[in-house]
Design a protein around this ligand. Sequence first.
Ligand SMILES: [Zn+2]
Length: 145
Amino acid sequence: MSHDSTTVPADRPECSTSWLARAGLRPTRQRRALADLLLAGGNRHLTAETLHGEAREADAGVSLATVYNTLKAFTSVGLLREIVIEPGRVYYDTRNDDHPHFYHEDDGIIVDAPSGSVTFADLPEAPEGMEIASVDVVVRLRRKG
Ligand SMILES: [Zn+2]
């Protein structure tokens, strides 16, 4: 049982080298190792700690600090989306189009919510000189009762 979403964009590249090249990143050994893990098994939401654990299992020889830096680099070039649940709890999403999420508070699991299920009739206006870059939607769930 996986907590990954089953939604995989049709244009997802399978090869970590081309995935990195598309964003203009040099395919260093560590970046390729982490990209391979990220791209394995389709669309994923994972924390730096989870990825570090997988890297250790795969004997990738990548420190947690490197995992953090690499995830930041991947996010800054648009390969990943960052989802901040709360300070110190950040998920990285391999699906980088706009889409809402369900966060299961009881289990600490994040999954994609159906796309197109969120519409905003009236967003607050951006302050003078600013524009809205994106709107992140995380619907927090808990068990009833
Ligand atoms: Zn997602």
